[in-house]
Design a protein. Structure first.
Length: 408
């Protein structure tokens, strides 16, 4: 057992704490009422664990903290194997390599998602088929899924938007009957559940993001979860630059060599140390975010009903992981006005996603022209409200109060 305090003097720790505090105070002076859309939050033990990683003498990948994160995710989510990656984008790329796409193979992705959900499969040879979303949860519309499948379709990538589960019963049934692999992009939904089961445990593979804007973060990071054990061995090799280095460490081979394609998808153990501190505080983080979500919902419910604004829908069989809170405004003009109106008051709301099927790259990568009218519509009317782990009740009341006055 290494004692970090022995090497990091009290003066060092005072300095580090001072820096963090100073930064916070400066921020407060400059922007007395500014409420950002997102703020990275520290749970307290991040620096201590980073110091421990440094003293462990191993700051590359797969050190003690990476192993702790793997064990945490495997135990908590019940996945066969979890691999930390440098981002969710990279976890999706690993999934794409594992699919072994051949010329002309198609992958179905929602148009309403972050670019990485689609990009990963294009980089590794796939043609995209864009799916529209349901108007209630903004998740891939399972009722339209069958019509998008051709003999070339290899996989479908449901994105659990805002961490609310896609209709996995239908999606899995269709995927099974048509021989498709399911890769869940669960960047939003760590700790979310669908019919009692954790999101990320349904597909052959699933991905997580630990980007600064997600519930649990290490700045930049992600994970590939493997539920179908037949992909574990190759995933390990792809993640280690196409070598069987992990087998060497386990003593299964006496030298390691280049056996497959791959890349460098391991985060430094210093990042894993930061991440582990956050994972250990997951209950606390999730509880705080639950309060933020509930306050938005109860504070805006009556107003929303009066002005035909839609609040997020959470089916009763879905467990919300409280990743984000959004409004669907009645018109695109109201949406743009709302963002400008809040900004004038120092409150930063944002919108997303620009429909991928309308993007320049999306059109080039698509197997066919797609119509996604619900995506087009929602993308123009959605506003995301400030949401982060340290958002206080006072700050949040400013946001809610401003919104209640929006229509005068
Ligand atoms: C954030 C996000 C990603 C990418 O995550 P990174 O860790 O930043 O690569 C992918 N898909 C969705 C749906 C996301 O929200």
């Amino acid at each position: 057992m290494v004692h970090w305090a022995g090497k990091f003097s009290a003066v060092d720790m005072l300095f580090i704490n001072g820096l963090l505090k100073q930064g916070h105070q400066k921020d407060m002076q400059k922007n007395p009422i500014k409420i950002p859309f997102n703020k990275p939050c520290f749970e307290g033990k991040e620096l201590v664990y980073i110091a421990q990683a440094i003293q462990n003498g191993l700051i590359s990948g797969d050190g003690d903290f990476t192993k702790k994160c793997h064990a945490y995710l495997e135990q908590k989510l019940g996945t066969a194997r979890a691999f930390l990656t440098t981002s969710c984008t990279h976890a999706l790329e690993m999934a794409a390599i594992l699919l072994d796409l051949k010329e002309g193979d198609e992958v179905i992705v929602p148009s309403f998602t972050f670019v990485s959900t689609a990009n990963a499969f294009v980089i590794h040879g796939g043609r995209l088929v864009f799916a529209d979303i349901r108007p209630d949860t903004l998740n891939l519309d399972e009722a339209k899924l069958e019509s998008l499948i051709t003999p070339k379709t290899r996989a479908v990538v449901p994105v659990h938007y805002a961490g609310i589960g896609c209709e996995m019963d239908s999606i899995l049934k269709i995927a099974e009957s048509r021989g498709l692999l399911v890769v869940e992009d669960n960047a939003h939904g760590l700790f979310g559940k669908y019919r009692g089961r954790f999101l990320g445990s349904f597909g052959a593979m699933a991905t997580l993001s630990f980007h600064e804007t997600k519930n649990i973060t290490c700045g930049e990071g992600g994970a590939l979860l493997i539920n179908d054990p037949q992909y574990i061995e190759r995933a390990e090799i792809i993640r280690e630059k196409g070598t069987n280095r992990s087998q060497l460490f386990r003593g299964e081979v006496d030298k390691y060599t280049w056996v497959d394609i791959g890349s460098s998808y391991l985060p430094s153990d210093m990042l894993a140390a930061f991440l582990y501190a956050q994972l250990e505080s997951a209950d606390h983080i999730q509880e705080h975010r639950r309060c933020v979500w509930d306050r938005y919902f109860s504070g805006l419910q009556d107003w929303a009903r009066s002005f035909h604004v839609r609040l997020p829908r959470v089916p009763e069989y879905c467990q919300n992981p409280y990743h984000m809170f959004y409004l669907i405004m009645p018109t695109a003009q109201d949406r743009d006005k709302m963002i400008g109106y809040l900004k004038e008051r120092g409150l930063y709301a944002v919108f997303h996603y620009l429909p991928l099927h309308q993007s320049r790259m999306g059109k080039m990568a698509a197997a066919r022209i797609a119509a996604c009218p619900v995506t087009d519509d929602m993308s123009r009317r959605l506003v995301r409200l400030p949401f982060y782990n340290s958002l206080t009740e006072d700050e949040q009341q400013k946001v809610i109060g401003a919104i209640l006055d929006f229509y005068g």
